[in-house]
Design a protein around this ligand. Structure first.
Ligand code: SF4
Length: 426
């Protein structure tokens, strides 16, 4: 049932690629995270111009549900049919022992015609070309590219696009563009990392999981306590806020309010972080940044900014920053709780046999409750609410509550569009 539905996500939402409304400037590409095939489809349906995803090896999120060969084939087909670009991740760093497995894996995937392959390690570039893969090469942010000389170096080496270090400021990006004209991509939204461009040994040291090989345990977000040398066994918990301690953990990036500055600097692509995050996160951040990038620099943008901010506040996140690297100075990393103001409940997968909506749930849904629903933004904002009148399980028995991770038939007070995403405000 699930595979069938996933395949039929290819049924299209009318007009789901939003019109690029007022601005006549070249709009940068919105490049979205795709932690699995389902998220990839929602990213495209909600407006991504490009998606990035990894296979079962050699990418920097080995714990996300990475793509099998069949998934990759379906992802490429789905994106190509909708004009979305595919960026395949081969961005782990190679030890000597990794070279032969990487070679073997590249020969397995060389026939998929990705628009680009993302690398960190220059050795991987050589292996990609050796395998006869002609896709563009994109350089990962993990190479910490911060200046125009480094950009020139990589461009001369054959890199088509450089994802700049997250530490690069808008002024630095402008200078790089002016002096090189090279295609650059920057992160505009999502988790940051306290380590420089993600180069960190904390996770490897404490958990044996290497962040530079796609296995970060996010050790910087664990609970820590302080032990005074002469008082062993008397740990002092470092309490900065109720639920946990995150003395090393950073705020999350949110550049929506500064998009015009970044676009004016000449950025070619705006990247959203979060392959491990939910479909709801992916869809909502994509649609907001797509719309915001279309209007950046126009008067309309300011009118929409409160809506953008409210929606981005409704995905789980740590407190946002638009300038983390200038928040240092002793007080930039004060209490950092997670902000969660809405719960992702599920999405409408199509019309149910027997009438009503076929809903895939991710959290419980109750009969009688009123849900928020979001959609791709086709013409300004048109999100609305729906009331759950009846729920039927997979044997068509009436129930009061739909279990998480199930498919059920739901009768709403009126019929939502396919691929509506439902949430409950908390
Ligand atoms: S442990 Fe924290 S600081 Fe280190 S790589 Fe992972 S997220 Fe970044």
């Amino acid at each position: 049932m699930y595979d069938y539905l996933l395949a039929h996500l290819s049924l299209y939402i009318d007009d789901c690629h939003m019109s690029d409304q007022v601005s006549t400037k070249k709009r940068p590409e919105i490049i979205a995270p795709a932690g699995n095939l389902e998220k990839l489809k929602f990213a495209v349906l909600y407006g991504a111009d490009a998606v990035y995803f990894g296979g079962e090896q050699h990418n920097l999120r080995i714990r996300s549900d990475n793509f099998s060969r069949d998934d990759i084939a379906e992802a490429v087909r789905f994106c190509r049919e909708r004009g979305a670009r595919t960026v395949f991740l081969m961005n782990s760093f190679l030890h000597e022992k990794d070279i032969q497995p990487a070679r073997a894996y590249l020969s397995e995937i060389r026939d998929f015609r990705f628009d680009a392959v993302m690398v960190s390690d220059p050795g991987m570039m050589l292996l990609i070309r050796e395998a006869g893969i002609e896709s563009d090469i994109h350089l990962s942010t993990q190479m910490s590219t911060l200046n125009h000389l480094a950009v020139k170096f990589w461009r001369d080496a054959g890199v088509a696009r450089i994802v700049l270090a997250r530490e690069a400021t808008a002024d630095e990006i402008r200078a790089i563009k002016e002096q090189t004209g090279a295609a650059v991509e920057v992160f505009v939204h999502g988790a940051l990392c306290i380590a420089y461009s993600g180069r960190c040994l904390l996770s490897r040291y404490l958990a044996g999981r290497d962040a530079n090989r796609g296995d970060c345990a996010q050790a910087c977000r664990w609970r820590y306590s302080l032990v005074e040398e002469k008082r062993p066994g008397e740990p002092l918990e470092i309490i900065e806020h109720g639920p946990c301690t995150e003395i090393l953990s950073s705020k999350d990036l949110c550049l929506v309010g500064r998009l015009d500055e970044y676009i004016a600097a000449g950025v070619d692509a705006l990247k959203i972080e979060g392959r491990m995050k939910s479909i709801y996160y992916t869809a909502n951040t994509v649609r907001i940044y797509r719309h915001a990038a279309s209007l950046a620099g126009t008067a309309e943008f300011a009118n929409h900014l409160p809506f953008y901010r409210e929606e981005l506040d409704l995905v789980s996140h740590r407190p946002y920053t638009d300038d983390l690297f200038n928040e240092f100075g002793g007080n930039g990393f004060a209490p950092i709780p997670t902000v969660k103001k809405a719960l992702f409940l599920g999405y409408k997968a199509g019309t149910a046999p027997g009438g009503g909506s076929l809903v895939k749930t991710f959290n419980p849904v109750y009969r009688g409750e009123t849900l928020d629903a979001i959609f791709p933004i086709t013409d300004g904002k048109r999100d609305c609410s729906f009331t759950v009148k009846e729920i039927f399980d997979d044997e068509d028995r009436g129930i009061d509550m739909a279990r998480p991770y199930s498919f059920c038939r739901v009768i709403f007070d009126r019929e939502p569009d396919d691929y509506a995403i439902f949430r409950r405000r908390l």
